[in-house]
Design a protein around this ligand. Sequence first.
Ligand SMILES: Cc1ncc(COP(=O)(O)O)c(C=O)c1O
Length: 614
Amino acid sequence: MTSFVSNNTIWQLNDEDSIQIKYNTNNHELIIELFHNGIKMNSISLNNDQCSTFTRRFCDTTNELNELLTDLLIQTSTDDCSIRVIDDGKSLEIIFPIYFGSQNRKKIWSFFIHFPIFSLNLGENQNEEEMSLDPLDWTDTRILGHKIIDDMIDYLRDIRQQPTWRPMPTEIKSELMQSELPLKGESPWKVYEQIQKTILPYPIGNIHPRFWGYVRGNGSSIGALAEFITATMNTMSSGGHQSSIYVERQILSWLKIIMGFPNDDTCSGVLVSGTSVATIISMAVAKKKFDGQLIKVYYSSETHTCLIRAAQLLGIEKENMIIIPTNDQRQIDLKILSESIDSNSCAFIVGSAGTVGTGSIDDLQGLADLCSINPNKLWFHVDGAIGAVARCSTRLRSLFIGLERADSIAFDLHKWLFIPYECGCVLIRHGELHRATFAQPHAFYLALMDGGITPREGEFFFSDYTLELSRNMKSLKVWMTLKTYGIDKIGQIMEQNVDQAKYFVNLIEKYHHDELQVLANVSLNIVCFRYYFNHNNKTNLELLNKLNKHLLVLIQERGIAVVSPYVIDNEIFAMRMCIINHRTKQSDLHWFIEKLLEIARQLRQLPEFATIES
Ligand SMILES: Cc1ncc(COP(=O)(O)O)c(C=O)c1O
């Protein structure tokens, strides 16, 4: 039941204007209604968050604001105190003195309460205005914007206090899935409230310090701010005479330098949504080179499946997809590879700079040597989704020697370079060929002008290098991130992640080897492990797999951490930890092991797992 504390008195502000304040003690909602000559012009309902923003954090709650307004309305006789209607009835200006210090010094404080524009009775003049999505009063947008920025910064700051993941309640899912069309607009404050309730609390978790599942990057606070600038500029980044093109070209120069490619126009590159698209582009350029000839794709059993999708899309038949076994380091077996290459066809040979399962790095130098034997028929491609950017680190760079000799590199910046999703890149050693693969004669209307904003025929145009014409400005978030943090620091965080993976292995092997087992060599930042008992015969393997599966689900569902599943050697179920996380601390690893063992020991007591130790 609604109960209003304030007495609903109409307070006369001047001859024409009056306000009424209602405070709802049940939901802490404060309703302010504005009257002009006795006619209700406008009203606003505030929650605690809005209250805090409007009053520049002077009143944290609606209760406080209610008390403040009530007091002020009683005291408006003093010169320093006033409540005025301004902006044609769109705002209330509230001014009052505050006293501080031993001398009881006085400061005048003021703030505005803006009535939301979307619920405004617009009045005759405004009805005649032509429509636009711009607000009539930018102040409300500014206040909402400030609040969203404040909230998002708090969201990042406090992420450690949140569970890594929380399941979405069914009613929230249904709310988001309901299909009623939003035909009539509503206040952005109300829309933002819905976001706070239904969207923000339910991420997959990859910005959390204990998210180590799959290969998901954190992004960063600076990257998030860059995205706001990007969306504000809302530029279409295909070409033309605009800053975004030059920023992207600068980024590509930096990336060429990091990857050890010649930093000139003989090599080309473009920012894309991720490695999957970068792989399609790489293969398309190789196909162009081998124009009309039979192409076979050679790759190890550990290679990411985006390669297969690219091949399917580009019409490469299944029988021409040749899987090469790996050696004991889970690298593509070079001897078997060189024996398998069919000399009657062209080859697209794939090396991984960090495989998705265990993070193993193929012998890129060996692959480059092999391909250099017949560069007219052999194309050396590197899937660098995870590891290529680790060349930012002087210490890790040596792991990727040979990458600089590739014909094409597909890699991600949204993973280990901490750029917000989406951002990947493809670099191609053969710029002319790259352009020839995608460029079309420019539309006639682009060539109609001699000057102005459009690129002329022959001028640089990003869409000549990729699948898309309309493309957003991915470069700003990269630019702002790299310039703010510096490549050295990012490289050091990568080293820290690699050290953390080794530290985790060490913890297991030194202190928990009777209960935990590392299942694959750790060459980068990925650890595959499981809970186990020393007895490991075939029957027990099935049970162990079952127990580990169960364990992994509980770890995720209880919000402790996120690690993801993998299968080692086609039979052993593994929990897989991939640390590409600038927020992870060693203490997270300790805590994780403690919780993991706690749950595993409980599970082990269940009757269904009793025979594990038999
Ligand atoms: C090794 C590897 N290659 C390719 C990909 C696909 O990258 P994206 O999701 O950016 O398209 C991934 C994704 O995790 C990966 O780990």
